[in-house]
Write a protein that binds this ligand. Structure first.
Ligand code: PRX
Length: 638
């Protein structure tokens, strides 16, 4: 096992690590940047195509396409392609939350059989190529099987995070007009059973969903509606174990995943069959430096993009053995995740800063050796120096590279990180763009900023194969959000960043109203909509403020229409949020105010609210229509 070399707070892999790494010198960057499309075209050749692509990249700003003319199927590449070489290799190790239960281990062969059977089951239910299938599932092998089965028959999956409320599910189902939903009876969360089916029943009311497939997981009582509901096991039992994989056009939609933006409504991000597959495959292989005997564990929930790309598709495309844990990594004991790493000999670990900070707080020193670990990594939010160092010393024992990977739901896969065989790994810096990716940091006028100057992070053509191809049924939003700031050839990430003098990129945070709460992407606008819709609320403003474990938490400022301010009212508002989005969006605090600071044209000045908490200078308040509101706020917050 290699040691990591520390040169003035910049860390590098040592010779031994380098020797074994898939990429260990910088030449790949130069080569890829000279001709990015060729770089990707060469990688694409490592996958199985029914028909080879005719063109690698077609640009019709603001739209672009990759591998046009090619025909591919991601499920075929995840399964059939691996059956030739590694039929009996373990694909998936599923670790249940209750300690008394046994793990489930699926080889590539077994996983393939189950996906084929479920694909036939979906067909029997009338699902056709191009249909949207909703998946509202916890961390189960069946969630992965369902995603792969949809992909196999060319149906478009739209996974909804299982901790989202029925209302959040409903909005997403309405958005896609899905006719079928796959869900479970319930699941374990910190020792309790969550009745998911109840939420699903509520969420499908008034939508187009006519059929519901239910996985029996927790054995809890559910309302089963004959003629509409089907049990997964009964449905798949007698299905044939072969289902031909649909030959999908490279640019056909593979999945839709909703994410939050500046406005009140989540947007459906579109990812395609060809480009996404290539990027998921390449980034998983080269960034996580995967070899045949590695055991990969990404703790990300399948309901988010990290779960799609690195807890499901990426490892499977590489024929990797990977772990899926049903519960939260720090339950039942704070060191549960250490035990899981040791139990399965995990070599490659991927998690979020919030989890790292929580582990640090609960454990401080780790007695488990976790000697199999070779690479540790982080995603989703900025990682502070203290958490980085703790992760490096306590988890990696000073022997593992730490990758701080930057990307977004929209980018489909990692775009910025250091590579493990090259480095450097610099605390709080994510690294440099992946080979073939061109980024820049621009000021408001569109000029590149100097080293150490903050600006807007953008991605330049040819972007990446796995980047979004649109916002579902909302081309205007696609154009405005991503190509509205610097013209239709420059993708604006909505992130603020800067580069150090070596060109390493540090992500500062979002430039819009998106906040990251324990790694979950939420929109303050969406939260405001939910709170505003409560009958006793006149208006509100929501901001995100820093939090030592969760990264950020939402705070709400509420003007009441009726009722009394106080703890009871806070509870009612929290309930409203839980119903509207889910527990993950609960405001950390609710302040009742007489009025919100507004401009003369009536716009709420959230900037002022944020500054009150950061104790920054308020700046010029003369543009406010009601400067006295700030005095009231100061008194309340003290
Ligand atoms: O602000 C950036 C932050 O997360 C946003 C994307 O969120 P989401 O679509 O949920 O995808 C998360 C997982 C890929 C980005 O715009 N973000 C993501 N990775 C990092 C990060 N912030 C700092 N450092 C990172 N490594």
């Amino acid at each position: 096992m290699g040691k990591i070399i520390n040169k003035k707070n910049m860390f590098f892999p040592d010779k031994e690590f380098k020797k074994k790494a898939l990429i260990n010198n910088n030449s790949i960057y130069k080569k890829a940047l000279k001709n990015p499309t060729k770089f990707w075209a060469d990688i694409a050749k490592e996958l199985y195509w029914f028909n080879k692509p005719k063109k690698t990249f077609v640009h019709k700003p603001p739209y672009f396409q990759w591998f046009t003319g090619g025909k591919i199927n991601i499920s075929y590449n995840c399964l059939d392609k691996n059956l030739e070489e590694r039929r009996n290799k373990v694909a998936l190790i599923w670790e249940p939350e209750p300690l008394e239960e046994r793990e489930r281990i699926l080889t590539y062969y077994e996983l393939s059989r189950q996906v084929n059977k479920f694909s036939n089951a979906l067909k029997q239910l009338g699902v056709k190529k191009g249909d949207v299938v909703g998946i509202y599932m916890p961390m189960l092998p069946e969630t992965i099987i369902a995603m792969l089965a949809c992909a196999r028959i060319g149906a478009v999956h739209a996974v909804v995070f299982s901790a989202f409320s029925s209302n959040a599910l409903k909005i997403r189902l309405e958005g896609t007009k899905a006719k079928i939903l796959i869900t479970a009876d319930g699941y374990y969360r910190r020792g309790k059973i969550v009745n998911l089916k109840d939420s699903a029943d509520e969420g499908i009311k008034g939508t187009n969903v006519k059929k519901v497939v239910v996985v029996k997981r927790a054995g809890n009582q559910i309302k089963f509606k004959k003629g509409r509901d089907y049990y997964w096991n009964e449905l798949t039992e007698n299905q044939k174990d072969h289902c031909e994989a649909a030959k999908m056009n490279s640019e056909d939609t593979l999945f839709i995943l909703f994410t939050s933006g500046s406005t009140g409504k989540p947007k459906g991000i579109i990812h395609t069959c060809g480009g996404y597959t290539v990027q998921a495959y390449a980034t998983t292989k080269l960034i996580f430096d995967l070899k045949d005997d590695d055991i990969f564990w990404s703790t990300a929930d399948l309901g988010w993009i990290t779960g799609h790309t690195y807890s499901c598709y990426g490892p499977l495309l590489n024929g990797t053995t990977f772990v899926l844990y049903e519960g939260v990594p720090g339950y039942p004991e704070p060191n549960q995740w250490c035990k899981t790493i040791e139990k399965y000999g995990v070599t490659t670990f991927y998690t979020a800063p919030t989890a790292i900070r929580m582990f640090e707080k609960e454990m401080r020193t780790i007695k488990e050796k976790m000697s199999t670990l070779q690479l540790i990594s982080s995603v989703g939010e900025p990682i502070d120096e203290e958490a980085w160092k703790w992760y490096f010393n306590q988890v990696g024992k000073g022997n593992c590279p730490i990758l701080d990977t930057w990307w977004q739901t929209e980018t489909g896969g990692i775009l910025i990180t250091s590579l493990p065989g090259i480095g450097p790994f610099k605390p709080t810096f994510t690294g440099i763009p992946f080979p073939g990716i061109r980024t820049d940091i621009l000021n408001k006028e569109g000029k590149p900023v100097k080293a150490n100057e903050k600006g807007n992070l953008v991605i330049l053509p040819p972007f990446s194969p796995g980047m979004l191809r649109g916002v579902y049924k909302n081309p205007k939003k696609y154009q405005e959000t991503y190509f509205g700031t610097y013209g239709n050839k420059i993708y604006f990430t909505s992130d603020v960043a800067y580069k150090d003098k070596n060109g390493l990129i540090r992500i500062v945070g979002r430039a819009d109203d998106v906040i990251k709460v324990a790694g979950h992407r939420l929109s303050t606008g969406e939260l405001e909509n939910i709170i505003d819709s409560y009958k006793k609320v006149s208006e509100c403003a929501v901001i995100g403020i820093p939090h030592e474990i969760k990264g950020e938490v939402p705070l709400a400022f509420v003007v009441l229409k009726s009722g009394k301010p106080g703890d009871e009212m806070k509870k009612e508002i929290v309930q409203q949020v839980e119903k509207g989005i889910g527990k993950i969006a609960r405001p950390a605090e609710i302040y009742f105010v007489k009025e919100l600071p507004k401009t003369r044209s009536g716009k709420i000045m959230r900037r002022i609210l944020r500054k009150l908490f950061s104790k920054e200078d308020m700046g010029d308040l003369s543009t406010l229509a009601n400067p006295e509101s700030v005095e009231e706020l100061k008194k309340i917050i003290q």
